[in-house]
Structure formats: C-alpha cells, structure tokens
Design a binder for this molecule. Structure first.
Ligand code: TYD
Length: 139
C-alpha cells in the first residue's frame, strides 16, 4: 500500500518589482502546488497566543506570513522543527500528517493560509497522543 506523502518545505516566491513597488502572484498548480479551495487568514492575535495544536490526515496547506512574524512548530512524530516565518516571499508548504503549532506572533502578524480542501472537522487530529498512534499505525 502506498502512503500519502507527508512533509513540509519552504517555497520561495518570485517578487515582481518595478519603480511602483513589489508584487507577488500565487497560482494554483504553480507557486501553490495544488488547486486552492479555501483561503483563511489569522490576524490580531492575542499576546503570547498559541494556535494550531493539531494535524490533518490529508490536507495540503501553504502558509505565508504576509506581515509581521510568527513561528511554526512542525512535528512528523519523530522530529520536531521550528520555522520562523517573517517574509512575504516565502511560503510554508505542509502536506499530510504533520502536527503543527504556531507561536511567537508579532502584534502585527498576518498569516494567510491556502488549502486544497474546504474546512472539514473530520480531517483533524487534535490530540497529540492520537497523532502519534495514527503516525505509527501508518509506518
Ligand atoms: P482553529 O482550528 O482553532 O484555528 P488554528 O488552527 O489557527 O488554531 O479554528 C478556529 C475556529 O475557526 C474554529 O471554530 C474552526 C473555525 N474555522 C473555520 O470555520 N474554517 C476554517 O477554515 C478554519 C481554519 C477554522
């Protein structure tokens, strides 16, 4: 049985610049590696707020911190990484079952997220131990 792909990587977006300023264009199946079905954004975070604390069974997402900064914690059940997102020309692509947390939001942080599916509560794993069991069952 082949498993769904799982992992995360940084996407570097091309900045189109002229004398008027800068522009970044993101298209599905190009800069965003899937067809986008949903977009949401996070802003006005409370001081010391932490978000996420879940994994998705199937969802693909690209997160871009288009203003300010924040830190993503990414955990595949074996290794835990921290990625600081603080630039408009960089996206964080997350595919498959990765536990994710978000923290260290600057007051002005705006994080926009592109997803390949509409919101589906049944795609979430919200308990860390259940996530670990789910990952180990797949290996
Ligand atoms: P939540 O999953 O807690 O956000 P985060 O992953 O950033 O911690 O979502 C907060 C609320 O928003 C929750 O009631 C579900 C709802 N929500 C939607 O209705 N649609 C969406 O696309 C998302 C991401 C969340």
């Amino acid at each position: 049985m082949s498993l769904d792909k799982t992992g995360w990587r940084i996407l570097d977006f091309k900045v189109i610049q002229d004398e008027r300023g800068k522009l970044i264009a993101l298209e599905g199946q190009k800069e965003i590696p899937f067809d986008v079905k949903r977009i949401y954004y996070i802003f006005d975070t409370s001081p010391n707020a932490e978000r996420g604390f879940h994994a998705h069974k199937k969802l693909q997402q690209v997160a871009v911190c288009i203003h300010g900064s924040c830190t993503f914690v990414l955990d595949n059940g074996k290794n835990r990484s921290e990625v600081i997102m603080n630039t408009k020309d960089r996206g964080l692509y997350i595919e498959g079952i990765i536990w994710r947390e978000m923290k260290d939001f600057s007051k002005d942080a705006v994080v926009i997220v592109f997803a390949d599916e509409v919101y589906d509560e049944s795609d979430y794993i919200k308990d860390y131990q259940s996530f670990i069991s789910y990952v180990s069952r797949r290996c």
